[in-house]
Design a protein around this ligand. Structure first.
Ligand code: GLY
Length: 371
């Protein structure tokens, strides 16, 4: 009886499992890209581009890199590439990393200067070297050897924001070395930061000056992560950023750290992050999310679990956590995806393109601000 049952089960199984696979293959979009939202529709444009490249037969890593290149080259996104906010010396330093799922190869650059598209340099590290991670002067020399052109990455907007930040650093008497001297006429002294900027940059739009003041007091984090999958189920991911505004030269956050700012296992799925890299590194975020999925969690459960670990590192003290922004973007091998943020936000949480339809969607979240 039991043998008969086993045989029947085996026959049923042989017939049923291919059917299940077919249903799954049909329900998953053929081409998917997911990314952070970014300014000026940057994420939606990046995902649309990534899917366009994959549909045309392009490799998944070429596709996601083509997507984020749009944002790297856009001077209006001041958290990524050209136009990124600089370090404390006023120099833009960029970080990027990438994973190619099918070959399981990886590459990264950290604190690289003067190159607009660090994601492409990370890909050259992956393809053309026996190393995985180049930083600083060595990364720049490598990029130049690979034919990349050195360019000034500091836009006028970013320079004004940097000057505003320097002027915001005052002693207890309100004095800053970066303002009118003690011998200047009284009418020029001790104004607010915005008034000082208006005086010194009379031709610059008010919105830009106000934004510079905001950035001086609230240094932003940006970054873009993009994960793509083609009709064969091949996946790749890339993360690129100018990192924390006003950072100490040489500071790298999570974005160039493979396993932190991104991770991808072709057998399971991929994850990437934006936000305060230091907190993500303390939970090896992207790797944690993918391992959670390997052990059976859905993308949403996997990302929220990683965010709970971040909260745990602060003893779940919401007052201190209020200073932390962190989000994960997740794409599982079966096509299920999500983004999850530490804090609830009404802003679009992430971008996604399934087949040809690119759009913004809301992220799930762990915590909600009170009041
Ligand atoms: N997540 C970007 C950074 O912290 O540099």
């Amino acid at each position: 009886m039991s043998i008969a049952f086993s045989r029947r089960a085996a026959i049923l199984g042989a017939a049923a499992f291919p059917m299940i696979r077919i249903v799954k293959a049909q329900s998953r979009p053929k081409f998917i890209a997911i990314s952070s939202a970014n300014r000026n529709n940057g994420g939606v444009n990046a995902c649309a581009k990534a899917v366009e490249v994959m549909k045309a037969g392009g490799d998944t890593l070429d596709a996601v890199i083509a997507g984020v290149n749009i944002v790297e080259l856009d001077p209006r996104d001041n958290s990524v590439g050209y136009g990124g906010l600089p370090n404390e010396d006023g120099i833009v330093e960029l970080d990027a990393s990438c994973v190619h799922g099918p070959s399981r190869r990886m590459g990264a650059v950290g604190a690289i200067r003067n190159i607009k598209t660090p994601s492409k340099v990370a890909q050259r590290v992956l393809l053309d070297t026996d190393h995985m991670f180049l930083v600083g002067e060595g990364a720049l020399r490598f990029a130049k050897a690979e034919g990349f052109e050195e360019e000034n990455l500091l836009t006028e907007e970013s320079r004004i924001a940097w000057l505003a930040w320097k002027r915001s650093l005052r002693d207890k008497n309100g004095h800053t070395n970066w303002g009118p001297g003690l011998d200047a006429p009284p009418s020029q002294q001790k104004h607010g930061l915005l008034e000082d900027l208006r005086r010194d940059f009379p031709h610059v739009r008010e919105a830009i000056l106000a934004q510079a003041v905001d950035y001086a007091y609230n240094p932003p984090h940006g970054t873009i992560n993009c994960i793509g999958m083609n009709e064969k189920g091949e996946m790749s991911t890339v993360t690129t950023t100018s990192g924390m505004a006003w950072k100490i030269p040489g500071r790298c956050g999570d974005s160039p750290i493979i396993g932190g700012g991104l991770w991808l296992d072709q057998d399971v799925g991929g994850a990437g992050s934006t936000g305060r890299g230091e907190e993500n590194l303390r939970v090896a975020g992207a790797h944690t999310v993918v391992e959670n999925m390997r052990h059976g969690m859905s993308p949403k459960e996997a990302a929220l679990d990683a965010l709970k670990r971040v909260a745990r590192n602060f003893d779940n003290d919401e007052k201190r956590l209020a200073l932390v922004e962190l989000s994960f973007y997740v794409l599982r091998k079966d096509g299920e995806y999500c983004a999850a943020s530490l804090w609830k936000s009404d802003a679009p949480g992430f971008a996604v393109c399934t087949d040809g339809h690119a759009r913004a969607e809301q992220a799930v979240y762990l915590l909600e601000r009170k009041g």
